[in-house]
Design a binder for this molecule. Structure first.
Ligand code: DX5
Ligand code: ZN
Length: 215
Protein backbone atom coordinates (compact mmCIF):
# COMPACT_ATOMS: atom_id res chain seq x y z
CA UNK A 1 0.00 0.00 0.00
CA UNK A 2 1.51 3.29 -1.10
CA UNK A 3 0.78 6.62 0.50
CA UNK A 4 1.19 9.80 -1.53
CA UNK A 5 1.39 13.10 0.25
CA UNK A 6 1.07 16.29 -1.76
CA UNK A 7 3.95 18.53 -0.61
CA UNK A 8 3.08 22.18 -0.10
CA UNK A 9 5.98 24.65 -0.20
CA UNK A 10 4.71 28.22 -0.27
CA UNK A 11 5.79 31.63 0.93
CA UNK A 12 2.40 33.01 1.83
CA UNK A 13 -0.71 31.62 3.55
CA UNK A 14 -2.98 32.45 0.62
CA UNK A 15 -0.99 30.13 -1.67
CA UNK A 16 -1.02 27.36 0.93
CA UNK A 17 -4.80 27.71 1.13
CA UNK A 18 -5.06 27.34 -2.64
CA UNK A 19 -3.08 24.10 -2.50
CA UNK A 20 -5.23 22.81 0.35
CA UNK A 21 -8.35 23.58 -1.67
CA UNK A 22 -6.87 21.74 -4.67
CA UNK A 23 -6.19 18.51 -2.78
CA UNK A 24 -8.96 18.39 -0.19
CA UNK A 25 -11.31 15.63 -1.24
CA UNK A 26 -8.49 13.73 -2.95
CA UNK A 27 -6.20 13.02 -0.01
CA UNK A 28 -6.61 12.94 3.74
CA UNK A 29 -3.13 14.15 4.62
CA UNK A 30 -0.57 16.55 3.17
CA UNK A 31 3.11 17.29 3.72
CA UNK A 32 3.78 20.92 4.66
CA UNK A 33 7.24 22.36 4.06
CA UNK A 34 8.28 24.75 6.82
CA UNK A 35 11.54 26.62 6.16
CA UNK A 36 13.10 29.28 8.33
CA UNK A 37 15.83 30.60 6.03
CA UNK A 38 18.39 29.38 8.56
CA UNK A 39 18.51 25.57 8.36
CA UNK A 40 17.87 25.89 4.61
CA UNK A 41 18.53 28.81 2.24
CA UNK A 42 14.83 29.43 1.62
CA UNK A 43 11.81 30.58 3.57
CA UNK A 44 8.21 29.45 3.59
CA UNK A 45 5.41 30.36 5.96
CA UNK A 46 6.94 29.39 9.29
CA UNK A 47 4.56 31.04 11.72
CA UNK A 48 2.41 28.39 13.44
CA UNK A 49 -0.39 30.93 14.04
CA UNK A 50 -0.66 31.64 10.31
CA UNK A 51 -0.87 27.91 9.60
CA UNK A 52 -3.45 27.39 12.34
CA UNK A 53 -5.63 30.14 10.84
CA UNK A 54 -6.00 28.34 7.49
CA UNK A 55 -9.06 26.31 6.60
CA UNK A 56 -7.62 22.79 6.61
CA UNK A 57 -10.89 21.17 5.52
CA UNK A 58 -10.28 18.18 7.73
CA UNK A 59 -6.85 17.42 6.24
CA UNK A 60 -4.13 16.10 8.48
CA UNK A 61 -0.71 17.67 8.21
CA UNK A 62 2.67 16.03 8.28
CA UNK A 63 4.90 18.93 9.18
CA UNK A 64 8.33 18.92 7.53
CA UNK A 65 10.30 21.20 9.83
CA UNK A 66 13.33 22.50 7.95
CA UNK A 67 14.22 24.81 10.77
CA UNK A 68 17.19 25.25 13.05
CA UNK A 69 16.80 24.11 16.68
CA UNK A 70 13.39 22.46 16.15
CA UNK A 71 13.28 21.44 19.82
CA UNK A 72 12.46 25.07 20.69
CA UNK A 73 9.30 25.08 18.59
CA UNK A 74 7.65 21.73 19.23
CA UNK A 75 4.94 23.16 21.49
CA UNK A 76 4.04 25.99 19.10
CA UNK A 77 3.72 23.56 16.21
CA UNK A 78 1.52 21.06 18.04
CA UNK A 79 -1.57 22.31 16.18
CA UNK A 80 -4.74 20.19 16.06
CA UNK A 81 -4.37 19.37 12.36
CA UNK A 82 -0.74 18.27 12.77
CA UNK A 83 -0.43 14.48 12.92
CA UNK A 84 3.31 14.12 12.63
CA UNK A 85 6.38 16.28 12.95
CA UNK A 86 9.32 15.48 10.70
CA UNK A 87 12.53 16.95 12.08
CA UNK A 88 15.94 16.86 10.47
CA UNK A 89 18.59 14.73 12.13
CA UNK A 90 21.09 17.40 11.04
CA UNK A 91 19.18 20.05 13.05
CA UNK A 92 18.67 18.08 16.25
CA UNK A 93 21.47 17.98 18.81
CA UNK A 94 19.70 15.85 21.39
CA UNK A 95 17.47 13.19 19.84
CA UNK A 96 16.35 11.75 23.19
CA UNK A 97 15.07 15.18 24.21
CA UNK A 98 13.31 15.63 20.87
CA UNK A 99 11.59 12.25 21.22
CA UNK A 100 10.42 13.21 24.70
CA UNK A 101 9.15 16.64 23.64
CA UNK A 102 7.11 15.31 20.73
CA UNK A 103 5.72 12.54 22.90
CA UNK A 104 4.60 15.17 25.43
CA UNK A 105 2.54 17.01 22.82
CA UNK A 106 1.05 13.73 21.66
CA UNK A 107 2.20 13.90 18.03
CA UNK A 108 4.01 11.34 15.93
CA UNK A 109 7.69 11.91 15.34
CA UNK A 110 9.61 11.21 12.16
CA UNK A 111 13.21 12.02 11.32
CA UNK A 112 14.46 13.15 7.94
CA UNK A 113 17.99 12.71 6.65
CA UNK A 114 19.61 14.75 3.91
CA UNK A 115 21.23 13.01 0.91
CA UNK A 116 24.70 13.23 2.48
CA UNK A 117 23.73 12.18 5.98
CA UNK A 118 24.53 8.60 6.90
CA UNK A 119 21.72 6.23 7.86
CA UNK A 120 23.78 5.38 10.93
CA UNK A 121 22.85 8.81 12.31
CA UNK A 122 19.35 7.49 12.99
CA UNK A 123 19.65 3.72 13.46
CA UNK A 124 19.63 4.02 17.25
CA UNK A 125 16.21 5.67 17.18
CA UNK A 126 14.26 3.61 14.66
CA UNK A 127 12.15 1.91 17.31
CA UNK A 128 10.93 5.26 18.58
CA UNK A 129 9.92 6.83 15.28
CA UNK A 130 6.61 6.73 13.44
CA UNK A 131 8.54 6.76 10.16
CA UNK A 132 11.78 7.95 8.66
CA UNK A 133 12.09 10.27 5.72
CA UNK A 134 14.93 10.00 3.25
CA UNK A 135 15.49 13.21 1.29
CA UNK A 136 15.92 12.66 -2.44
CA UNK A 137 17.24 16.23 -2.82
CA UNK A 138 19.02 18.80 -0.70
CA UNK A 139 16.19 20.43 1.26
CA UNK A 140 15.22 23.99 0.34
CA UNK A 141 13.54 23.91 -3.03
CA UNK A 142 11.03 22.00 -5.10
CA UNK A 143 11.59 20.69 -8.64
CA UNK A 144 15.15 19.41 -8.19
CA UNK A 145 16.37 16.12 -9.64
CA UNK A 146 16.24 12.96 -7.54
CA UNK A 147 19.63 11.85 -6.23
CA UNK A 148 19.63 8.10 -6.82
CA UNK A 149 22.54 7.61 -4.40
CA UNK A 150 19.95 7.74 -1.60
CA UNK A 151 18.40 4.46 -2.80
CA UNK A 152 21.08 2.53 -0.91
CA UNK A 153 20.09 4.32 2.28
CA UNK A 154 16.44 3.39 1.78
CA UNK A 155 17.49 -0.25 1.25
CA UNK A 156 19.72 -0.21 4.30
CA UNK A 157 17.03 1.27 6.56
CA UNK A 158 14.46 -1.14 5.19
CA UNK A 159 16.76 -4.06 5.97
CA UNK A 160 17.42 -2.75 9.47
CA UNK A 161 13.72 -2.71 10.26
CA UNK A 162 11.44 -4.07 7.51
CA UNK A 163 8.23 -2.96 9.22
CA UNK A 164 9.43 0.64 9.51
CA UNK A 165 7.60 3.05 7.22
CA UNK A 166 9.97 4.96 4.98
CA UNK A 167 8.99 8.18 3.23
CA UNK A 168 10.89 9.82 0.40
CA UNK A 169 10.75 13.56 -0.20
CA UNK A 170 12.18 15.42 -3.18
CA UNK A 171 12.34 14.50 -6.84
CA UNK A 172 9.49 11.99 -6.72
CA UNK A 173 7.75 11.39 -10.02
CA UNK A 174 6.43 8.55 -12.18
CA UNK A 175 9.95 7.44 -13.15
CA UNK A 176 11.76 7.77 -9.82
CA UNK A 177 9.00 6.09 -7.84
CA UNK A 178 9.87 2.59 -9.14
CA UNK A 179 13.40 2.35 -7.74
CA UNK A 180 12.20 4.15 -4.59
CA UNK A 181 9.47 1.56 -4.01
CA UNK A 182 11.78 -1.31 -4.93
CA UNK A 183 14.22 -0.07 -2.28
CA UNK A 184 11.54 -0.38 0.39
CA UNK A 185 9.85 3.02 0.79
CA UNK A 186 6.06 3.17 0.86
CA UNK A 187 5.37 6.87 1.37
CA UNK A 188 5.98 9.40 -1.37
CA UNK A 189 5.93 13.19 -0.96
CA UNK A 190 5.46 15.03 -4.23
CA UNK A 191 5.18 18.70 -5.01
CA UNK A 192 5.95 19.71 -8.59
CA UNK A 193 4.96 16.35 -10.10
CA UNK A 194 1.44 16.85 -8.70
CA UNK A 195 0.95 20.60 -8.71
CA UNK A 196 2.42 21.15 -12.17
CA UNK A 197 0.35 18.33 -13.67
CA UNK A 198 -2.39 19.17 -16.13
CA UNK A 199 -4.73 16.98 -14.16
CA UNK A 200 -3.90 16.78 -10.47
CA UNK A 201 -6.33 13.98 -9.67
CA UNK A 202 -5.07 11.78 -12.50
CA UNK A 203 -1.45 12.51 -11.58
CA UNK A 204 -2.14 11.57 -7.96
CA UNK A 205 -3.73 8.24 -8.91
CA UNK A 206 -0.94 7.44 -11.34
CA UNK A 207 1.68 8.08 -8.69
CA UNK A 208 -0.14 5.82 -6.25
CA UNK A 209 -0.59 3.03 -8.73
CA UNK A 210 1.65 -0.02 -8.48
CA UNK A 211 0.54 -1.25 -11.87
CA UNK A 212 3.61 -0.86 -14.06
CA UNK A 213 1.69 -1.20 -17.28
CA UNK A 214 -0.26 2.00 -16.59
CA UNK A 215 2.75 4.37 -16.50
C1 DX5 B 1 12.27 20.29 -0.40
C2 DX5 B 1 10.94 19.99 0.21
C3 DX5 B 1 10.12 19.05 -0.60
C4 DX5 B 1 9.65 19.65 -1.90
C5 DX5 B 1 9.45 18.55 -2.90
O1 DX5 B 1 13.05 20.97 0.52
O2 DX5 B 1 11.11 19.45 1.50
O3 DX5 B 1 9.01 18.59 0.15
O4 DX5 B 1 8.45 20.37 -1.73
O5 DX5 B 1 9.35 19.09 -4.18
P1 DX5 B 1 9.43 18.19 -5.50
O6 DX5 B 1 8.41 17.11 -5.34
O7 DX5 B 1 9.12 19.16 -6.61
O8 DX5 B 1 10.83 17.67 -5.54
ZN1 ZN C 1 9.36 18.45 2.33
Amino acid sequence: MITVWPAILEKNPHDIQQRIDAVAGIVSEIHLDVMDGDFVPNTTVHDPAAIAALDWKGLKVSLHLMIARPELYVRQWALPSVSSMVVHREAVTNMEQMIKLVREVDKQLAVAINPHTSSYAITDYLDQLAFVMVMGVEPGFAAQGFNSDVLDKIKFLHEQKPQLAIAVDGGVNLQTKWPILAAGATMLCANSYLFKADNLIEAYHELRSTDRTSS
